[in-house]
Design a protein around this ligand. Structure first.
Ligand code: SAH
Length: 214
């Protein structure tokens, strides 16, 4: 079983490399975090396939390639403070926690958060602070963050979120009106919103950000 898992993991890492992920730090974080523990037992045997999978409550754990792509886009050095909106299974959060100083993460579905928190505990990831709540407006009390990662799709990015990121920091976020027309964007924060630099990282399909505050 253990042997099989390590072969599946090695294949996944090779897949990610062939798809353009080149950061050894990101790939080794993916190798270290056991994706199966974030999954319901029925899907655990698919943990190292490069696909998104259901985690209940109509939500999904992201595809490993997308987790790698979003993480690589942040070019982490290890001393950053990151805000994640949409903890979900906690898989992306855990990858970030190995590569940064601290990760704050918000999730609006309580049972998902509770499950994610038990995974963080199991893996002894003590630099994650996760909270139950609506992350639509970020976490202004704790701002500024070095980076922000939004793991659910927004129709447009709210300036009130970008204002919580320090200059030269970045926000990685799927933007699109429907899930067939989403693009992953990296926004590098300038002195003011006109100086922000936008990069397109490709087509994606995320569950939508849901809020009562819109
Ligand atoms: N990266 C995650 C994927 C999360 S799916 C993983 O690998 O598992 C997106 C998550 O965003 C869902 O769990 C959803 O409940 C959450 N979400 C949607 N709207 C939100 C909001 N307004 N505030 C916080 N979380 C939100």
């Amino acid at each position: 079983m253990l042997y099989e898992t390590s072969i599946q993991k090695a294949n996944l890492i090779m897949d990610l490399r062939s798809m353009g992920i080149s950061s050894n730090d990101v790939l080794s974080a993916i190798e270290k975090i056991p994706r199966e523990i974030f999954l319901p037992s029925t899907f655990q045997s698919y943990a190292y396939e490069n696909n998104p999978l259901p985690i209940g409550f109509e939500q999904t754990i992201s595809q490993p390639y997308i987790v790698a792509l979003m993480t690589e886009a942040l070019s982490l050095k290890g001393n950053e403070v990151i805000l994640e909106i949409g903890t979900g299974s906690g898989y992306q959060t855990s990858i970030l926690s190995l590569l940064s100083r601290r990760v704050y993460s918000i999730e609006r579905i309580k049972p998902l958060l509770v499950n994610a928190q038990s995974c963080f505990k199991k893996l002894k990831l003590t630099n994650i602070i996760s909270e139950y709540g609506d992350g639509f407006l970020g976490w202004p009390k704790l701002a500024p963050f070095d980076h922000m990662i939004i793991t659910c799709a927004v129709k447009k990015i709210d300036d009130r979120l970008l204002n919580q990121i320090r200059i030269n920091g970045s926000c990685v976020v799927p933007i699109g009106k429907t899930n067939t027309h989403q693009r992953l964007k990296k926004i590098t924060i300038g002195n003011d919103r006109n100086d922000d630099v936008w990069e397109d990282l490709g087509k994606v399909s995320f569950v939508p950000l849901i809020t009562e505050k819109d």
